[in-house]
Design a protein around this ligand. Structure first.
Ligand SMILES: Nc1ncnc2c1ncn2[C@@H]1O[C@H](COP(=O)(O)OP(=O)(O)O)[C@@H](O)[C@H]1O
Ligand SMILES: [Mg+2]
Length: 231
């Protein structure tokens, strides 16, 4: 395996049962993600994007196939081992951000450290907030931040454990175009530091500005393309 491959999926499947029906949410996908790459995954609603994001984030397990994260086959790991992989490799930005509205911006960023029982390294916390462009706004309650700034705090929170992969599920759902371009710029800065960014989106304009696009349909990859617009 190439040494800078961070994630490798082979014939990955996730089937759900809904009553008597089997839903093939992911039906045999193969791909690799290298460090520092920005990859978008596009497809219509129900095509399996969120399912794939959840598998890569170790929030859920596959029905069959192989998933390798950081050189380790995570396919058959137990829940407690998956939590460790998740903490070590993955930063996840949920579509709804899930900030604690009444906590300060900085306290939201500290939450993963508190959950992981790690020391609150203030230098690091301030640095991460600076990285996402919110220096000076540490002590604003989350509910008072704009939509774009809430998302930046969600990103800072995802970055606080030094993940190798940042995963964003539909990150531009409710954001204005200008905010979207700023977000992309932030992702590019992170990618330059070697972080892989994996974005699920149905925003094709956003996808075209990423390095690679994986198209999903009915749980299958229908095409993989190198983006023509990417510089
Ligand atoms: N927990 C679940 N139980 C049953 N079916 C599910 C579950 N989660 C997702 N699905 C189904 O799997 C398919 C893929 O869903 P999803 O990954 O959420 O797609 P997307 O994010 O692209 O909209 C859909 O048909 C969806 O209804
Ligand atoms: Mg989804």
């Amino acid at each position: 395996m190439n040494s800078d491959v961070v994630i490798e999926a082979k014939d990955l499947k996730k089937y759900y049962t809904r009553g008597t029906e089997i839903v093939k949410a992911l039906d045999g996908v193969d791909f690799t993600i290298r460090s520092g790459e920005i990859v978008s995954i596009v497809g219509p609603s129900g095509s399996g994007k969120t399912t794939l994001m959840n598998l890569i984030s170790c929030l859920d397990t596959s029905t069959s196939g192989t998933l390798i994260i950081g050189g380790q086959d995570v396919t058959h790991l137990k829940e407690s081992q998956l939590i460790n992989i998740r903490r070590k490799y993955i930063g996840f930005i949920f579509q709804q951000f899930y900030l604690m509205p009444n906590l300060f911006a900085i306290e939201n960023v500290e939450l993963p450290l508190i959950f992981a029982k790690k020391p609150l390294d203030k230098d690091k916390i301030y640095k991460v907030i600076e990285t996402v462009g919110l220096k000076g706004r540490e002590l604003i309650p989350a509910y008072m931040l704009s939509g774009g700034d809430k998302q930046r705090i969600a990103i800072a929170r995802a970055l606080i454990n030094d993940p190798q992969v940042l995963i964003a599920d539909e990150p531009t759902g409710k954001l204005e175009l200008k905010v979207r371009d700023q977000l992309l710029e932030l992702f590019r800065q992170l990618a330059q530091k070697g972080i892989s960014v994996f974005i699920a989106t149905h925003d094709l304009e956003l996808a075209e500005k990423t390095e690679r696009i994986i198209h999903l349909q009915d749980g299958k990859i229908v095409s993989k393309e190198q983006s023509s617009l990417y510089h």
